[in-house]
Design a protein around this ligand. Sequence first.
Ligand code: UD1
Ligand code: CA
Length: 475
Amino acid sequence: MGHLLRRRKIIMSNTSLSGLVLAAGRGTRMKSDLPKVLHELCGVPMVELVARAMRGAGVEDLAIVVGFGGEKVQSRLGGQYAYVWQHEQHGSGHAVQMAMEWLEGRTGSVIISAGDTPLLGVETFEQLVLAHTTSGARCTVASSIMEDPSGYGRIVRDESGAVIKIVEHKDCTPHQIAIHEINVALYCVEAEDLRRHLPNLKNDNVQKEYYFTDVIEMIASEGGQVFGEIFSDPAVTVGINDRWQLAQADAELRSRVLKRHALNGVTLRNLNSIAIGMDVEIGPETIIEPGTILLGNTKIGSHTVIGPNSVLQDAVVGDHCNIRMSQIVEATIGNHVYVGPFANIRPKTVISDKAKVGNFVELKNTLLGPGAKTPHLSYIGDAVVGPNSNIGAGTITCNYDGFSKHRTVIGANAFVGSNSTLVAPLTIGDEAMTAAGSVITKDVSAGSMAFGRARQETKEGLATEWRKVKIAEKQ
Ligand code: UD1
Ligand code: CA
């Protein structure tokens, strides 16, 4: 802990630390219309994971270089970051060159990271800055030892161990290709050096690209010390270039997220079948049953059971609830609420404390009051159901006339008979009742009983007579 605090302090005290995330590349091997950096891990685009980790390490002043699909990146990430445009992609060095204006007048160190290395955590950035500060180097390069280094740039060191350059796989000599220490594409460089060297980059290499890595060689060749900080866990530093790497990194991150919840007191049953987004919050003593997917900004209280086989997205669920085999999207659920099995809770629904929603019930934009019940087979939309009211099986709110939506307002302690058809706009008063099978088209005042069906007629003996006739016909 002391170690961590010391590290934080070093970073925080370095006030002139800024960050640049390179995210303009197309990512051809993803075979996708979506820019590579917008592909998600645990519900968060990979470029945002990188940016968040940098922020977490104390880098407040941060810009993202966008290009391919840049509008999509900007609209997805929003105004929380500054953006630099690289309209044509001529390599990572060219990308940093586009940030020249952003670099103007800047002092201190700049962390440069690729937007396609999403498993870099806060600790990774802290370690990089710590290495940079303590080594006193001009520039620090993050590296990793890979069993299979193919595709990566190789770190070339001199006899003393100092980094002298980085050579791309395609430009390697046979001797260099045997090097297992690879470039993670994470650097800590002085702003001043960037301004000085960036204009001198050349694209005289196999890929005819402007490589950012050449800046490292320029710094080293003018006598600046380049420190290579080796990160021991290659899983953390992996760059995502195709969807198999994406799937594997997603699994790694998912497992980290699940572990965090488990250590916070959440029971996870059948780990491999549970997916929980990065930003989901869950209280202690809650049980997540198999086949459960929790997405977006879902927040779940304590002593609640979710699942099996439930999907919650941007949902808020209180304490002591039971959510069984159901889907809940953008809805808020109080405490001691039972939902399911097989309920579909749609946006803008609020289910108050101690309410119950049973099987095959769909709720949309509906406020279910405290203790209210919709136990079976109903569609309740654009409605308010008062406290402790009971909605009988098969009740439908006819909220849509083909042109606009209308509201149904039901008071407290009302009783809506089974198979009622409530034609909105409609108000049913407190303690009112509707007879089973009614089509209710007019408001029902408090305490009234409404019948909206034909009166029953019983013809004594008619069934017996009818049978006789039928049997006679057959003979
Ligand atoms: C880069 C490094 C390589 C390293 C590897 C680690 C260079 C020259 N090479 O190679 O040494 O081992 O990452 O994963 O930097 N980008 C732009 N604009 C461009 C080109 C790239 O913004 O014109 C961004 C990409 O969006 C990506 C990052 O830079 O986030 C890396 O680019 P990529 O093309 O994936 O580089 P690699 O060939 O993987
Ligand atoms: Ca890459």
